[in-house]
Every structure is written in structure tokens, then in C-alpha cells.
Design a protein around this ligand. Structure first.
Ligand code: SF4
Length: 362
């Protein structure tokens, strides 16, 4: 599909008129092809082109008959493309930050990171976000639109095509709140972990949420062995409300209860993300309060020195304070690590590369 529109679309504008084939399961694809009076195995062939060879142009699918291609296009089926617009490579750690262009001209960010245990991609689940977290650049202009499952996969496939590297881990932690785009996020996870696709182990998939309690409860019922990461960023409701508007809707005790239930159902250790912001949530008292909140849970705290965002006034905590916070948690038997500060030199914080790029192309 040719992209002609270069500016971004805004919320409420027309969504794709093309129905995204890459978002369909193998069975759904077979069914669709049969309904178009073609042989079902053509669906398997197309599935392999998309999810085994990472192709997003139907014309490149050599063994698919022209007549089927025409029927698909006559019925408005296609593959929503995710095209590489820009890549920035960190000189310090090799992290690659991608800006991808979607069919409607919208831009999204994804990040490729190398770890000892394998390569990981951080994908976006929405264009923009409506959650309003104060330390986040992705939410400054609100939600533009949800991504389809195929557009989420397209970010990973685009990175594989670009790097030739194998991907073993995925975190849904880029722009957007995945549980605010629930059906597409679940569909994405099922396709990502499908044995005929990338076949990533569910255990190597992490979904990060700011804490939409009813959706955490729904996720529990999906029988997925993924890791749930909750962006907590505060030890109590008062501080959390200051930095995360969602805290006005779902208090801390309801989040903790939903997390405990999730653990009871899935037996997957929980992750709590905690961005340390200077003089906001980084005191030793905050660490103590956090420790008592998480006491007895099978949980891991990921401390993130907050990435400065130009438009916001939050600053990163000093190193001594970050380590004092970590020590306090450890002394109280909380499992904790400080996230490696990957890609700082390439606008590492979520949403920053996109914002800068759009500003510069104005
Ligand atoms: S941190 Fe996540 S949930 Fe919060 S505004 Fe940013 S993208 Fe949305």
C-alpha cells in the first residue's frame, strides 16, 4: 500500500479502510480464504509469508495466485504496513531506537536492546496515550489511535528485517497503555507466541500497565504465562496521584489485590516499575513504605532513573539516592534491580524521538 499522507492523523479521524490480514490467526486466515472460494491452504502460505518471512507486501508472495490477490484487494483486505522511517543507534550500548511510519502517516517508536539473555524489543501499543502520566512524553498530546495486532507485530518484524538478529524477548512498554487497547494487545501476544510465527515463549513476554484494575482482572482469565509489570512509581496514593492521573480511579490497595490475584492464577513473579524522580518519590521513607506495601509478595522492583523529558520539570535522582533507595528495599527483603540506562544518548525515554522528529519536520 502506498503511503502518501505525511502528517499525523488525530483522534476520531477515519481508521483504516483496509482490513489487516497480519492481525488474523492462521485459522481465521484459512476461513477467510475459503469464504473467498479459494483453497484453505493458501491461507497457510500467506501466514508463512507474513509471520515466517516478515513480508508486508502481498505482491511479494510468489506462490499466491493473482486471482486470490485480486479478491482480497476487492474485499478491502491488505497488510497495514509498518515502515522504517528513522533509526538511531546508541554509541554507548548498541541500543537501536526506531521510528516507524504507519499507513496513515502516524509515527510510532520501538526499541531494540541487547541483553546477555538475548535480544529484546520494546513495542508500542497505541499512537500516543491518554493515561497522562506526568513523567511521560508519549501522553503529551493524548491518544491518537490504537494499533492493530499486526501493527504491533510489524514493529518486531521490521527490526528483524533491519538487523538480521533473532528476537527472544518482547516488552509491551513503548507508547500507549496496552490494557487500554485490550483485544489487540491479547491478539498480538497470541500471534507473537504462535509456534508457526516467531514462537516467542510466553514467559519472555512482559506486558506493562499503569494499573487499570478491571483489565488486570480480565487478563488473569486469559491463561497466558506472560509477566505482568505494573508501573507503580509511588509508595502511596498521595504521591501516585501527583504523577499518575489513573491513581484517582484505581487506588493502590485495589491494584495490589488485582496483582495478588494475578499471581495466584498464573504463578508468574510480578514486576513493579518505579521511576525515581528527584524529591518526588525517591526518599528512604518512600523506599520503606514501598517495602511494606510489597511485603510477602513474589515481586521484583525495577528502579528506573527517570529520563528527563524536555516538556516536563522532573529531574533524575542523584546516584547516591538511587543506591540508598535500592539498599533500603534490599534490607527489607525486596528483590530489586536498577534498570540499565540504555540508549540515553538517542532520546531513550518513551515518546521523545517521535516528538523531536515531528517538531523538526514541521
Ligand atoms: S507511562 Fe505508559 S501509560 Fe503512562 S502515559 Fe506514558 S505510555 Fe501512557
Amino acid at each position: 500500500m502506498e503511503i502518501t499522507k505525511r502528517e499525523e492523523k488525530t483522534e476520531g479521524e477515519e481508521t483504516a479502510s483496509v482490513k489487516d490480514l497480519r492481525s488474523l490467526s492462521r485459522e481465521e486466515l484459512r476461513r477467510l480464504i475459503t469464504e473467498l472460494s479459494e483453497k484453505g491452504y493458501r491461507g497457510d502460505q500467506m501466514y508463512t509469508w507474513m509471520h515466517g518471512h516478515y513480508r508486508e507486501d502481498i505482491d511479494e508472495m510468489g506462490n499466491i495466485p493473482k486471482v486470490l490477490k485480486k479478491k482480497l484487494s476487492d474485499n478491502n483486505y491488505g497488510i497495514l504496513p509498518v515502515k522504517k522511517e528513522l533509526v538511531r543507534v546508541s554509541e554507548t550500548d548498541g541500543t537501536r531506537k526506531y521510528l516507524f511510519r504507519l499507513y496513515d502517516g502516524n509515527m510510532i517508536e520501538s526499541v531494540f536492546m541487547k541483553y546477555e539473555h538475548g535480544n529484546s524489543v520494546c513495542v508500542s501499543s497505541q499512537v500516543g496515550c491518554r493515561m497522562g502520566c506526568r513523567f511521560c512524553a508519549s501522553t503529551i498530546e493524548g491518544l491518537v489511535r490504537n494499533l492493530t495486532a499486526g501493527e504491533m507485530l510489524g514493529q518486531i518484524y521490521g527490526i528483524i528485517r533491519d538487523t538480521g538478529e533473532k528476537i527472544s524477548n518482547t516488552v509491551i512498554m513503548g507508547s500507549g497503555e496496552p490494557l487500554d487497547n485490550y483485544d489487540n494487545a491479547i491478539r498480538f501476544i497470541r500471534l507473537l507466541t504462535d509456534e508457526d510465527g516467531l514462537n516467542i515463549s510466553q514467559r519472555n513476554v512482559t506486558l506493562s500497565t499503569c494499573g487499570i484494575v478491571p483489565m488486570i482482572k480480565r487478563l488473569k482469565e486469559e491463561d497466558l504465562k506472560i509477566t505482568l509489570a505494573v508501573s507503580l512509581h509511588a509508595p502511596n496514593d498521595d504521591i501516585r496521584k501527583e504523577i499518575m492521573p489513573i491513581a484517582n480511579k484505581y487506588p493502590m490497595n485495589s491494584i495490589m489485590e488485582a496483582c495478588r490475584d494475578y499471581y495466584d492464577a498464573n504463578k508468574r513473579r510480578l514486576t513493579f516499575e518505579y521511576s525515581l524522580i528527584r524529591d518526588v518519590n525517591d526518599s528512604e521513607e518512600d523506599a520503606l513504605e514501598l517495602a511494606s506495601l510489597l511485603k510477602g509478595m513474589n515481586a521484583h522492583v525495577n528502579l528506573i532513573p527517570v529520563n528527563p523529558v524536555e516538556e516536563r520539570d522532573y529531574r533524575q535522582s542523584e546516584h547516591s539516592r538511587i543506591h540508598a533507595f535500592q539498599n533500603k528495599l534490599e534490607k527489607n527483603h525486596i528483590n530489586v534491580t536498577i534498570r540499565r540506562d540504555l540508549g540515553r544518548d538517542i532520546d531513550g525515554a518513551c515518546g521523545q524521538l517521535r516528538r523531536r522528529y515531528l517538531r523538526n519536520s514541521e
